[in-house]
Design a protein around this ligand. Structure first.
Ligand code: FES
Length: 625
């Protein structure tokens, strides 16, 4: 930290918050709010005289609230920068700090939040994690029984610069416990709370156990675990060392902790899975190894930076295997536990990787961007006519569309990733997508349904997941009927309702729209935009006279070849159950209503190249008539 602070090219804005990010890769403008410290940074020399005279004590979050701190303080002794700040919510304005500061005159109660703007080429998000609050698990009695503490609290107690100068003591009586139980997976691997494994708890618990064993050789130490996970280099050896040192490992998740109100000793009830029986341990202290969870403001920052989050709430990487430190927004990289729980070696490795990815951007004169971007037809955009719209901007997960009154929507191409959601959502068909234009997709629909359309299942699949699922069904030799025909687009967000209607107008027997599972979409919220749209399709079809059972939505990952084959088989069976004559008749009956609905779209200039086709000219004439 000190090296970073001294580096001539590094400026640290501590006690600050990112409030706004505009621009794109290589050209970001970041607004940062510097919170008022009520201490002038350049004048404070970190001597601490102010804290010594401050009469107000408040809980110290760095010490896990075990010890107090003053209302004017630094977060911890090694803080960088070592500049004091006043906790204005607790300050009583006695001004003793002003006196103590003397000639330095660093205290300034008139400070207000200050906003600074930075021009940067790339951004690294390294916001870390928080720990789960075990008080929500009533059976463990955290917050009720004084001698049930968290592993972080145990860390502070055993730290020589901690509140007890390294002496591990029971909160109930200040005595060193003779026995301790350490409970693993508190809040993690638990379907009630966090389903994921927090990854590093096994190792820090074993470390704490060995440290306690070295300091207090007579202490009886038991670790209660579901599975010990030691996948890192040298980790298994470390675990074996703990076993050899006499640390007891019992496999089982405790069901209940109770307390003797007189001694404040604790009784841990657990099913020992090796013995196959319920046992009760009496210990003098319990430490809970709590889950790592996302920082509280992860959601706020994800909307500021256009980042997506996985179901666990941590920031999602662009691709878990191929681009694990890139975020879905170009030029924004992820490092450390902000992306998911990880230990120190993994965090350091990812931090170095993120730094080098960011440096690539800074050292390049030019940068290749996605060629598959959205394109606005200004004459169709009603915003240019002064009317209120902006639906495209709302659908864009990358904030790549600017809509200003009196101007056509403007796509910032360097920010557009080409999901196609805006093109599908625009109610005036004023947007299309390069390389996946409406005309190109309609041309594919036409060709795939040219012969015996009522026997076909037309499948719209997203490039990243369901197309891979179909591919994997083939390469894995899963059998499924041969009457499906696929059209690939980049994201399910691109699957315009008009494509579905056009498929039925052309007599498709059934239509399947498929994309990634919600958490896997490569375009942040693309799948969500699509899912909302698809939920309206059955009603539209019903109104137009098409049996909604001929339409299906499925989320299929690239690994789910078996699911793809199953869905096509089921749809094929369903299709076979329909009377072909009746199916054709249904299409004929519905066609005028569908054509009426599609008329304006078919007349748009971006459909013009398609309409030059002979057959389509006929359609055009019919439609116009
Ligand atoms: Fe597959 Fe968005 S990329 S649904």
């Amino acid at each position: 930290m000190v090296d970073a602070a001294r580096h001539p090219n590094i400026e640290i804005l501590a006690y600050s918050e990112v409030t706004k990010v505009d621009g794109y890769i290589g050209n970001f403008r970041v607004e940062v709010m510097k919170k008022p410290r009520y201490v002038i940074e350049d004048r404070c020399n970190g001597c601490g005289e102010c804290a010594r005279v401050c009469p107000i004590e408040v809980p110290n979050s760095f010490e896990m609230d075990i010890a107090p701190r003053k209302a004017i303080d630094v977060p911890h002794d090694q803080a960088v920068p070592l500049v004091y700040a006043i906790d204005i919510d607790h300050c009583i304005r006695c001004y003793k700090c002003v006196e103590a500061c003397g000639k330095l005159d660093a205290i300034d109660f008139s400070q207000e939040p200050e906003f600074v703007e930075l021009d940067v080429g790339s951004i690294i998000v390294a916001t870390g994690f928080e720990t789960f609050d075990p008080a929500v698990i009533p059976e463990y009695g955290y917050g009720v029984y004084p001698n049930v503490i968290t592993a972080m609290e145990l860390e502070r107690l055993s730290n020589s610069s901690g509140p007890t100068v390294g002496r591990v003591v029971r909160p109930s009586d200040g005595k060193t416990p003779k026995s301790i139980a350490m409970i693993q997976c508190v809040g993690s691997r638990d379907s009630r709370f966090m389903e994921y494994c927090s990854g590093f708890c096994c190792m820090y618990t074993i470390k704490n156990a060995l440290l306690l064993h070295q300091t207090y050789p007579d202490m009886d130490i038991t670790i209660l675990y579901m599975d010990i996970r030691t996948p890192g280099k040298g980790y298994e050896e470390f675990y074996n060392r703990a076993r050899a040192a006499g640390i007891r490992f019992i496999r089982g998740r405790p069901s209940q902790i109770t307390e003797d109100p007189e001694t404040h000793n604790l009784f841990v009830e657990v099913e020992d899975q090796e013995l196959g029986e319920v046992i009760e341990l009496e210990v003098e202290m319990v430490s809970l190894s709590t889950a790592a969870i996302p920082q509280a403001d992860t959601e706020r920052l994800s909307s500021v930076l256009a980042l997506s989050r996985s179901p666990s709430g941590f920031y999602m990487e662009y691709h878990p295997k191929l681009r694990p430190v890139d975020s879905p927004s170009d030029g924004v990289f992820l490092a450390g536990a902000a992306q998911g729980p990880k230990d120190i070696p993994a965090s350091v490795a990812q931090g170095s990787a993120a730094a080098s990815r960011a440096a690539r951007v800074l050292t390049s004169d030019t940068w290749e961007i996605e060629p598959i971007v959205a394109k606005v037809w200004p004459e169709l955009c009603i915003s240019a006519q002064g009317k209120k719209c902006g639906i495209c901007a709302q659908a864009c997960p990358y904030n790549a569309i600017i809509v200003e009154p009196g101007q056509p929507a403007q796509i910032i191409q360097a920010k557009c990733h080409g999901c196609g959601g805006c093109a599908a959502e625009c109610p005036h068909d004023a947007i299309t997508q390069d390389h996946f234009t409406d005309a190109q997709i309609v041309a594919q629909i036409r060709e795939l349904l040219r012969e015996n359309p009522e026997e076909k299942i037309l499948v719209f699949m997203c490039h990243w997941c369901s197309y891979g699922g179909a591919d994997s069904a083939g390469t894995s030799h899963f059998e499924y009927p041969s009457n499906s025909r696929g059209i690939r687009v980049m994201c399910s967000a691109r699957m315009d309702q008009e494509f579905i209607l056009e498929a039925f107008r052309r007599g498709a027997g059934m239509v399947l729209v498929s994309g990634c599972h919600p958490q896997d979409c490569h375009y942040i919220t693309g799948q969500q935009v699509a899912a909302k749209r698809f939920s309206r399709v059955p009603r539209t079809l019903e109104r137009l006279g098409i049996n909604p059972e001929r339409f299906r939505v499925e989320w299929i990952s690239a690994a789910e070849g078996e699911k793809y084959a199953r869905v096509i088989t089921e749809m094929s069976e369903k299709l076979a159950s329909f009377d072909k004559e009746e199916l054709r008749a249904e299409t004929e009956r519905a066609r005028p209503a569908i054509e009426k609905r599609l008329r304006r779209w078919m007349m748009t200039p971006h459909m013009a190249p398609f309409l030059k086709d002979e057959e389509e000219q006929e359609v055009e004439k019919e439609v116009m008539a």
